[in-house]
Design a protein around this ligand. Sequence first.
Ligand code: GLU
Length: 488
Amino acid sequence: MIRVRIPPSPTGLLHIGTVRTALYNHLFAKHNGGTMVFRMEDTDKERSTKEFEDDIINGLVALGLAGDEGVHLGTKGYRQSERTGIYQKYLQKLLDEDKAYYCFCTKERLEEMRQKCEKEKRAPRYDGCCSEISPGNAKKRITNGEKGVIRLRVPKDRGDIKWNDLVRGETVINSKELDDFVIARTIDDPLYHLTVVADDHDMEITHVIRGEDHISNTPKQILIFEAFGWELPEFAHLPLILNEDKSKLSKRKNKVSVDDYLKEGYLPEALINFLALLGWNPGTEQEIFSMEELIGQFSLDRVHKGGAVFDIKKLDWINGEYIKKEIADDVDVFYKKLVPCLKNKIPDNPELIKKILKDPDFEGRFKKLSEIPDELSVLFNKLPDYPLDLIMRGKFQITKDMLKKVLEKAKEVVSELEWEKGDSGKSAELAEKMMELVSGLRLKNGQVLWPVRVALSGQEHSPNFSTLMVYLGKEEVLKRLDFALQKL
Ligand code: GLU
């Protein structure tokens, strides 16, 4: 039975990289009929906060990536701070079996050692000074109140540490590169490597799937598994997520908190789709995937080794596709998601807004929910001023006098027509009447339609004139034509 885990540390808001790791674990587990465990790694007491923990739990639950067991269900024992007694027992076992030992070296001595290594251009490593202290003697010193950390005794003859990484293939680290590293500050203050291994063992984790930034931790953790005589899980290290300049994804160059993306109007499903492709290649041209399709197609052997560039343009495109689909599927449901973004930006006119969203002339224009009010603003809010030059700038220029005539005639045509605001069925008739005007004036299409469209939108790019007319309504159309005329 496959069991995977997502073990974030609550030292920051839910990070986009954590979501990708959760997603790949989720897909791997579901594809194989396995289970995902959600564990909160809150041993770093100084940096862990309840606020971060809540943000991570709520975010993963909302995305459907919180797994089948764990801290989000309120079950006890999935938060490392609740398991100190367990770690203490394990640490004691390693001490009793002489697989770990107390180290009493002072900060100053360790610092001196570090500097010496640096001078000799060697990686800093502990020299094993305290490894010879007898367990009885060490115990006495601790009982007498002396401070000491606990180090794992790395077997001298251990040789190469190898594992067959399910993404990276055979990976080898020489144990000589590892020193007797610290696994606990005190018997009741265990450190990351010890707690992770103890939990992965106790929670019967079969596959450790995590970011490549953890690769240097893996040999250390393998040594701890071996010290206990526990069976090793499989390991898979996912490629780093990179900024466009190929540096490691950072706050300075990209948003990294999932909340920021959701607030900006990316749909959760689109974000998941995008993250699925950030390191995994389906082997086909397909780019839009439902969760079911991802689960069906996902495999670790299609996860690539090279870093995955966070391409925001691709996210925008994917999000636009999801917006299109959601509008087509059920505009009422979509509108509800849009409401928080509309606040104070455009008047709340649900029926008209829904009609606009569904209008084919607006299809594909929306990339993010947060941009929709700006896109629609032209239809609802007072037209911002624009330069006369914009009306004149059409491909086939005309004189000011001619332009005046065009706008006046357009006003006449519009005055004779009647339509209900939002009745897109009228669009064809409005277009037809304007085309009659074009031929009546013996002008080219652009010489009439460009100025009319700019007069209605004040924009270089906008939906076409008849769509604008439909949603602005007759009164507003006349007003905007007048406004343009006043510029002449
Ligand atoms: N708690 C670690 C982190 O948030 C993850 C540990 C692991 O996956 O082994 O980076």
